[in-house]
Design a protein around this ligand. Sequence first.
Ligand SMILES: CC(C)(COP(=O)(O)OP(=O)(O)OC[C@H]1O[C@@H](n2cnc3c(N)ncnc32)[C@H](O)[C@@H]1OP(=O)(O)O)[C@@H](O)C(=O)NCCC(=O)NCCS
Length: 139
Amino acid sequence: MELGDIPAVLSIEEESFSNPWRKEDFLFAMVSPDYEAVVAELEGPVGYAIYRFSGKEVHIGNLAVESSHRRKGVGSALLRHIFEQARRNGAVRATLEVRVSNEAARRFYLAHGFFCVAVRKGYYRKPREDALVMVKLLK
Ligand SMILES: CC(C)(COP(=O)(O)OP(=O)(O)OC[C@H]1O[C@@H](n2cnc3c(N)ncnc32)[C@H](O)[C@@H]1OP(=O)(O)O)[C@@H](O)C(=O)NCCC(=O)NCCS
């Protein structure tokens, strides 16, 4: 992710989430050594992922695909990139939180080998909602 990607990333973020990350959140992720920030590009950015390594874990903090490009494998390509980098870094599992009501994302992650391990009560705001904690073991 580069500075020039930010307008497209914010547009995808705002159409994707009821409580979107702000510009500063993405800028922080771009400059912080703890975070990785990547975009999937066709003619411009059509998706992105933010993730961080912590010990033997990679945590996916944000991942979205522009609505007109969904169900074309873009999200899967982003996940594959994360898994490849995670394995190179010695990570043994990937984790994330997802809104209980986000059926599309839950199905997407289940299709990629994640399973639900916990519920975080009231984790999300706008609207307040529980999160499912999902984990995938990386081989
Ligand atoms: C979740 C999201 C990232 C998926 O991205 P995508 O590029 O559409 O996903 P892919 O095309 O790679 O889908 C791979 C598989 O995931 C599953 N899947 C993806 N979207 C789905 C949906 N809406 N309903 C059911 N299954 C779905 C399917 O098994 C799909 O394979 P198929 O199309 O051959 O059936 C996308 O819907 C999105 O950006 N949603 C809004 C943001 C969001 O919720 N992010 C996750 C927050 S934790």
